[in-house]
Design a protein around this ligand. Sequence first.
Ligand code: B12
Length: 223
Amino acid sequence: MAKTQTMLVTAVQKLDEEKVARLVRMSLQRGVSPLDIIDGVRQGMERVGALYEQERYYIADLIMASLIFQRVLAIMPIAARCKPGLKPQVVMGTVAGDIHDIGKNLTAGLLMAKGVGVADLGVDVSPQEFLNALQETGAKVLGLSGLLTSSYDVMRQTIKAVAGGGLRDSVQVVIGGLVNENVLRYVGADYCAADCAGGIEVCRQILNAAGKRPYTEKAAGVI
Ligand code: B12
């Protein structure tokens, strides 16, 4: 890992907002890709999460980490490239009971930047709401985000609801967040993406009719 990237991961871990902003600007000026920068910030946030788990950080620290991430996104040249008003090809949301949305927002934003229409349903989305959106839009990809262990059951219920609505054969389900291959099998999804680069690639492959191919990024090791 390059020195600046290592410094970035550490600055996020230490919740040093100003240093993070400085390092992000410096990396952009040096031509580091926004996705690599975001990955560095994500790694720092994983460390924040681990410290919280060890009870060395508090909930306020998780909130601070998410504010730092939002600031990084504001510095990134992503939002400017989003094209609103596209026909939704992907329905996406964070499943019921879960309000983590940074990764989902990032993935949806980057997909739109690549010209893919996304119906983003937000957070705490029920299985029925996902089904309704698929029926209304005719989208062929369903993106489910979840970062809580309890979200796995909700993902499973959502996929069952899609099947109950007669859409399971025509809709490909991609899960993201704190997921891995075991979660993929448990919930009955088609693809699993642990980062947005992989998620975007898999959505594009599906939309280009590349067919069903199980896909996984790094194992998150949560189950
Ligand atoms: C920031 C944060 C929060 C913020 C969320 C702010 C927000 N607006 O999202 C706040 C403070 C609100 C929060 C609250 C809670 N949190 Co929290 N949080 C985190 C933290 C530190 C970072 C998550 C994050 O944003 N990462 C950065 C993004 C960019 O990464 P990402 O989400 O993984 O997304 C990437 C990919 O997964 C992918 N992706 C994501 N979604 C999708 C969807 C699709 C379709 C695709 C293709 C790709 C994709 O693309 C992204 C970019 O690469 C994690 C720690 C961790 N290890 O992740 C804990 C963590 C997820 N939280 C945790 C917990 C326990 C909680 C709380 C229950 C705490 C509490 N006691 O209240 C609450 C839950 C509230 C709820 N009902 O949801 C635990 C979950 C443990 C578990 N296994 O269940 C974690 C793991 C921390 C820990 N180690 O204990 N949290």
